[in-house]
Design a protein around this ligand. Structure first.
Ligand SMILES: [Zn+2]
Length: 91
């Protein structure tokens, strides 16, 4: 089990992962959007909104390990998951 300070920013240079927001575990019942980071399982993904249009932004980043994610089921689908090669989620 790594501590939070050991995890801080460790995944900032990793390739983004594609996840279904609906499949992620929510951090608490208070928010329908905040999810537990599927990579470090400690940090949170907050789900961002465009400050101008208030639309949900498809890309997000863990507040702790800095893993970038793309939601395949949220926001404008401007980035689609590459079909080949299939990247398995390393957990
Ligand atoms: Zn994380």
């Amino acid at each position: 089990m790594q501590t939070e300070s050991e995890l801080a920013g460790v995944n900032k240079d990793k390739d983004p992962i594609f996840v279904r927001h609906a499949d992620l575990e929510r951090v608490s019942d208070d928010s329908v959007y905040r999810s537990l980071c599927p990579v470090c399982k400690v940090g949170a993904l907050l789900v961002l909104r465009d400050p101008v249009t208030f639309e949900i932004i498809q890309s997000d980043m863990c507040i702790l390990c800095a893993q970038r994610v793309f939601y395949t089921d949220l926001g404008k689908q401007e980035v689609t998951e590459p079909k080949k090669p299939v990247r398995k989620l390393q957990i």
